[in-house]
Design a protein around this ligand. Structure first.
Ligand SMILES: [Zn+2]
Length: 91
């Protein structure tokens, strides 16, 4: 079973899917993934995120993608907690 068959079985079991539709669907999936941060991207922006949070507590609104990643990723969350502890102690 290839991806085209999978998509077809989800959306239109009785109709023959056009390649164009399959490609569009894959592009949508690609876009969703592109909005998720990787660990290294999160790590690179973590300092900034924690600083914003310590100063204004609005970091979630400014960079929701980082918060989202932290919620899903225990490794990065640990890093975040450590940074936060350091910053709070040096205020
Ligand atoms: Zn991570």
């Amino acid at each position: 079973m290839n991806i085209k068959h999978i998509i077809q079985s989800i959306f239109k079991p009785r109709e023959q899917l056009q390649d164009e539709v399959v490609i569009k669907f894959l592009q949508v999936l690609e876009n969703i993934r592109a909005e998720e941060l990787t660990c290294s991207e999160t790590y690179a922006r973590l300092d900034e995120f924690v600083e914003t949070e310590v100063q204004s507590k609005d970091a979630d609104k400014i960079t929701p993608l980082i918060r989202e990643h932290l919620d899903m990723c225990p490794d990065c969350n640990e890093e975040y907690e450590a940074l936060l502890a350091i910053l709070e102690n040096t205020k």
